[in-house]
Design a protein around this ligand. Structure first.
Ligand SMILES: [Mg+2]
Length: 199
């Protein structure tokens, strides 16, 4: 095996490195040149360096879990989520630098995947809408089943007629409450949710 002459290798690397990488003045000129063409160099650089660094922090946790005996537990999942948040922060920087939005970036990604997998075409908006409709149908089905078994089955008994006929006292308030839940005027367990968020 031939030994590599590392000094020669470094000379070679230097020879093929651009002026703005080697020289502060050249870098300044390049930044100025880019700035006048409308490039947001400061935010682009912030985003590029930050995305790499934060991805590294996310990867570090995964590496330690898989190869260094760190447990996959609540703390480490929390840590990874926090690093994902940091990545999002730098994605937002990149979005500002490129004058775009998260929405456009995701839509572009969906378009790219659709082109790559034409057979598996999908639409994020539709699938979200389908999930919402399925949830609504399931809720409606649960309500109808409960209404049938509790109200209808009891109210067909003559012994209960005297309690059932005053629908203004039990059915109307329930429907009113249900409507408030449907329109999100009232959110179930809101106080508990607020409390947990504040922890
Ligand atoms: Mg971080």
């Amino acid at each position: 095996m031939t030994n590599v002459d590392t000094e020669k290798y470094i000379e070679f690397v230097k020879g093929v490195t651009s002026e703005p990488s080697l020289n502060y003045g050249a870098m300044g000129s390049r930044l100025a040149e880019l700035e006048v063409t409308g490039t947001n160099t400061s935010q682009l650089l912030t985003a590029a360096l930050g995305l790499t660094a934060e991805s590294g922090e996310f990867t570090e946790v995964v590496k330690k879990i898989i190869f260094q005996g760190k447990p996959y537990n609540e703390d480490n999942v929390f840590h990874m989520k926090r690093e994902l948040g940091d990545i999002c922060w730098y994605i937002a920087q990149a979005c500002m630098a490129l004058d775009t939005t998260f929405d456009e970036v995701i839509e572009m990604n969906v378009d790219k995947l659709q082109a790559r997998y034409p057979g598996g075409s999908f639409d994020v908006h539709n699938s979200r809408e389908q999930r919402r409709r399925r949830r609504l149908m399931l809720t409606a089905f649960n309500y109808i089943t409960a209404f049938w078994s509790v109200v209808v089955m009891n109210c067909i008994q003559p012994a209960n007629w005297e309690y059932c006929y005053r629908v203004d006292q039990w059915l109307v308030p329930e429907l009113h409450e249900g409507w408030k839940l449907y329109t999100k005027e009232v959110v179930p367990y809101q106080t508990e949710r607020d409390f947990l968020k504040g922890l």
